[in-house]
Write a protein that binds this ligand. Structure first.
Ligand SMILES: [Zn+2]
Length: 83
């Protein structure tokens, strides 16, 4: 009896699909890239956590980025108050 094994290629594609549907975590680099916009949303009174849940998720877990975010927020606030 002949069994058909999936080709390694197919397995790799399937693994990629699974990885793509998994909730994604972002790293510090990506978080930092989005931090400006996240802080702007926050200051505009919008629900930044809902608009950018991945950034919020990262800030919850990463003290470095949270510090960065708070510094950015303070800077943006000072800018708004000056204007
Ligand atoms: Zn981080």
């Amino acid at each position: 009896m002949k069994r058909t094994m999936p080709k390694p290629d197919t397995i790799r594609k399937m693994a990629q699909m699974i990885a793509a549907t998994r909730p994604v975590e972002i790293g510090c680099d990506e978080c930092f890239e989005k931090l400006d916009r996240f802080a702007e949303l926050h200051l505009a009174g919008k629900n930044a956590a809902e608009a950018m849940p991945l950034v919020q998720d990262h800030l919850d877990r990463c003290g470095d980025c949270r510090e960065e975010f708070e510094a950015l927020l303070a800077a943006l606030k000072a800018e708004t108050e000056d204007a």
